[in-house]
Design a protein around this ligand. Sequence first.
Ligand code: ATP
Ligand code: MG
Length: 629
Amino acid sequence: MDLTSFHRRSIDDREGFWAEQARLIHWHKPFGKVLDYSKPPFARWFVGGETNLCFNAIDRHLPTQADLPALIFVSTETGEERTYTFAQLHQEVMRMAAIMLEQGVGRGDRVLIYMPMIPEAAFAMYACARIGAIHSVVFGGFASHSLASRIDDASPKLIVSADGGSRAGKVVPYKPLLDEAIRLAAHKPAKVLLVDRKLAAMDLVSGRDLDYASQREKHRDAQVPVTWLESNEVSYTLYTSGTTGKPKGVQRDVGGYAVALAASMKYIFCGNPGETYFSSSDIGWVVGHSYIIYAPLIAGMATIVYEGTPLRPDAGILWKLVEQYKVTVMFSAPTAIRVLKKQDPAFLTKYDTSSLRALFLAGEPLDEPTARWISEGLGRPIIDNYWQTETGWPILTVAHGVEKTPTRFGSPGMPMYGYDVRLLHEGTGEEVGVNEKGVVAIAPPLPPGCMQTVWGDDERFVSTYFTSVPGKMVYSTFDWGIRDEDGYYFILGRTDDVINVAGHRLGTREIEESISSHSSVAECAVVGVADQLKGQVAMAFVVLKDPAQASTPETRMALEGEIMRTVDKQLGGVARPSRVHFVTLLPKTRSGKVVRRAIQALCERRDAGDLTTLEDPSALEQVRQAVGG
Ligand code: ATP
Ligand code: MG
């Protein structure tokens, strides 16, 4: 079938379409109604059906592939490398589940997971899913006050953590951060379960803190049956990345999520049982939830849990893992590829990556030059995919399990089945035509797998996402996009990031794309800065592949001129940045997204706002110095 008809059917016959997809997972009890949409915009999928995410990820495969790899742990930080078969993973998860049960954690209780990328983090997530507890993963190493606010929001009975993590060879002790966060939080968890990796000092608080190793020993032979959950019970809560402001607490269901992930493995990622999936993301992000923890295993694949960066021990490490574990499907982020772009391209061909069917990239716009660089360097297909924490799985991409639609550099592709995507005029809310810019919106109901609501705040769910077009209930992505005559979409940036230069509306992304086409540029960020004459002007911050190229005022000026002329030529004078500043680092969230709002604030001498999810604050310092703030 072609993708267009496949998509059409998913919208015209939602219930028939999804009832069919629901067969991809195991149901303990069949559902009654496929979709209950009696209270828009709240959608309830597979009503009355009973299932379990952990069962679908692990137990279901025991009869056929108990001794095949399920979880492969690689840490280039500590040098550890271990493989768990489905049978071994099953046992570890039951041990973890037994520990939780003994501490009084049950169905509907929250467990906050503040962990490095180690197998025990995955065990904890599966264990929660197994017993019906709701996990809330917070990126390991987050600052105490951000962690404290998440503790208060989730009010967990139990926190699972570790002595520390390691990043680029530097140990990050978690325990002091956690203790401080619990001190700051109004809610106090009854128990804290700690994995001692012997990386950092760890003083146990008596009566509260439990040592994982001894608890595990105690429950070595535990048998913990699966708790069957109604499809619409809550599986987890997770915060968005916080790129545009205060992060939002996304709540997700059980059955709809399992079906959506299973379907995405079939139609989009095309992974088969017995193969290996490698996502270089982190469990602190939605990609980690969907495409490290749940989807690969639901599809019967092994998943790689990787603690490390793309650069250590050298820039070939990701491809070395592909070769070593015969990875067939890989998921990474444009930011990781831009990091590699500053390294010797010979690393891309040093290892045999021929097992790789495709490399999927998501999280930020994948500019054409970067897409071309990695695609040509690696010689493997690159598939951009566009989605959000809110949706849990891709909105726009290509679905090679349906039809071999060609990909186009710079475009994440087309609307996926289940998503009724519209491009709306910002002012009127009317649909825009071909090659006209608009807000990317989705006509509800949202498909299975998407957020149910904002955790604990239905009102905020509606007012945040469904009220941006007056008089129309549509879900806004707050991204700005365009569709060409062949139906390919292009994301032009966040609606917040649209620049208005003398009446011309420009997406920052368009200008960034143009700047990136200059051969010296590794990555860049463009923001709109208030200007008395023109309303706004574009200002660019550029990281060079080789910083030495702009080490003197003369070379800097020459390069700035060259970059401006590149933009002039491609987009015209209105898009030309008023200044091009050279920095060695861009301010990013820990999930690798450029925080343009903070750059913009500094350029306009304003307060930079909520920076709790920032990776490295020194990047902002460079921006401040560049603009003389
Ligand atoms: P917050 O909502 O808290 O400000 P965030 O939007 O960065 O943070 P995520 O849910 O992690 O949080 O990111 C989703 C956003 O990332 C999308 O709305 C879009 O702006 C961007 N994005 C993701 N994938 C792509 C892609 N393939 N192309 C372009 N943009 C993308
Ligand atoms: Mg967002």
